[in-house]
Design a protein around this ligand. Structure first.
Ligand code: ADP
Ligand code: MG
Length: 459
């Protein structure tokens, strides 16, 4: 509930456009109302219509001998004036009449409290009586005996009351109905914008390629261009960073190798057991550093290798046999047995070096984290156009909530006693992704970890 309120109060472009549309419409409408009212006040057609006067003047003159009939007739004309058009429905918007004969008032509309008379004949004038303002026009018969004045209220209150109904109501009635179409039009207009943002949202953290969707809309071009330019800069800086790390790792490798040779020679030559123990410790440290540098170099190489890298059809059976042979001394040292079950003709396409490094990392982990004398099973199957390779061990396994972190660079399960850099699975993940494959973790039957690699079969 709280989040919904917060969303409602959050600034929104759609709401801004909607309000601008409705605001503009209301403004135009109000300007129109203002013009209509101005027009009514300044160019009054009712008062300018001379036939009304002629009728009243003729009636007054013809019936001047019979005051009762004259009054009746004038009253009749007065009613017709008022019943004419819309005025009747609104008592504040009336055409009122006064008739004078020889300077004496013979008729006045019943609503008139005080007599109104404009000072100039034939001219529409503003006249004030008490609190009220009127627009009045007076005409006289040619002999000057009879005078007729027609008047309309001209004070703002009555004009507002009269016009508000006719002019403002349509706006008030229409606004809620216009809200939905206006909202839909704004949403439609913002659709390309949402497409761009959806494409950005779908991106993985390592996907720095330019955006695929280039909207044809002029307003979105600068946004997409700037994003693509930024992606280009980030790509370039990531490439420079990778090159730097690779160069540094490469440079460090040579002195480390020299140190290792020297320490090994020193261990062989010294009879002093205490010194030997110290040198053994140093040798271990140098070996660890060499391994880390080797892994760093491998990671940078596999990240730098693009999709254009050479793709060979590789028989998995041979590839995995090669890996097992390479790791046999390590397995032997720990008394770990390696079991390979592979179909002879499952082939994938990829680069040999990358694939060797991938399986070496997985099998190396399985051996390293197995208990002494454990069994490491490697199995290859083909399943619906995919090669499925599983490596399982009998080690402690990994808690499922940590699976998604295993491929992060330098991540190691806390409390890990085995030495390592935390880069092996990061390298494996990059290589697998480069070959359009998938790397998944799960519990093995023997209680350890099972790593499943899925790769597309060679065409
Ligand atoms: N087979 C396995 N059994 C148990 N834990 C494993 C296994 N493979 C990997 N791990 C855990 O995942 C972490 C990351 O592995 P990796 O990236 O290969 O780094 P490293 O082996 O150099 O520590 C390891 O530190 C280890 O804690
Ligand atoms: Mg490892």
């Amino acid at each position: 509930m709280k989040t919904r309120w917060r969303r409602l109060w959050q600034p929104s472009l759609a709401r801004r456009m909607l309000l601008a549309q409705l605001g503009l419409l209301s403004l135009l409408w109000l300007a129109l109302c203002g013009y209509a009212i101005y027009d009514t006040v300044h160019q009054n057609e009712d008062l300018g219509f001379d036939q009304r006067y002629e009728l009243a003047l003729a009636a007054a003159r013809n019936l001047s001998g019979d005051p009762v009939r004259q009054r009746d007739m004038l009253q009749h004309i007065d009613r017709i004036n008022r019943g004419d058009g819309v005025q009747e429905s609104n008592p504040s918007w009336q055409l009122l009449m006064e008739v004078w004969q020889d300077g004496r008032m013979v008729y006045a509309s019943p609503e008139l409290e005080q007599p109104i008379r404009s000072t100039q004949l034939g001219v529409t004038q503003q006249v004030q009586t008490g609190q009220r303002k009127w627009l009045a026009r007076t005409l006289a018969s040619p002999d000057g005996r009879f005078v007729v004045t027609l008047a309309q209220p001209s004070d703002l209150a009555s004009i507002y009351l009269t016009h508000s109904g006719f002019l403002l109501m349509p706006l008030l009635v229409c606004l809620p109905f216009m809200l939905l179409p206006a909202w839909i039009s704004v949403r439609l207009a913002l659709r390309p914008w949402r497409r761009v943002s959806a494409e950005i949202a779908e991106r993985g953290p390592h996907d720095l390629a330019p955006l695929d969707y280039l909207p044809p809309h002029r307003e979105l071009h600068p946004l997409v261009d700037n994003i693509n330019r930024l992606l280009g800069r980030v790509r370039e800086s990531a490439r420079r960073e990778r090159n730097f790390i690779a160069d540094a790792a490469h440079e460090i490798r040579t002195p480390l190798a020299a140190m290792q040779v020297n320490i090994e020679a020193a261990i062989q030559r010294t009879p002093d057991t205490h010194l030997r123990a110290l040198l053994d410790g140093s040798l271990l440290g140098v070996q660890r550093a060499s391994h880390l540098v080797h892994q760093l170099l491998a990671l940078m190489r596999s990240e730098a290798a693009g999709a254009g890298r050479q793709q060979n059809p590789l028989p998995l059976h041979t590839l995995l046999q090669e890996c097992c042979a390479m790791l046999a001394p390590l397995a032997c040292q720990r008394g770990v047995e390696l079991e390979l079950q592979a179909d002879g003709d499952v082939k994938i396409s990829g680069d040999t070096e990358g694939m060797l490094s991938l399986f070496e990392n997985l099998i190396n982990n399985a051996i390293k984290y197995s208990p002494d004398g454990g069994l490491v099973r490697i199995a290859v199957q083909s399943d619906g156009g995919q090669a499925v390779i599983t490596v399982s061990d009998e080690g402690p396994g990994v808690a499922p909530e940590l699976y998604e972190r295993l491929c992060e660079r330098f991540f190691r399960v806390p409390g890990q006693r085995q030495g390592g850099s935390g880069l092996g699975l990061a390298i494996a993940a990059v290589t697998v992704a480069r070959h359009d494959g998938l790397l998944r973790f799960g519990p093995a039957n023997g209680g350890g970890l099972q790593v499943t690699t899925t790769l597309p079969l060679a065409a």
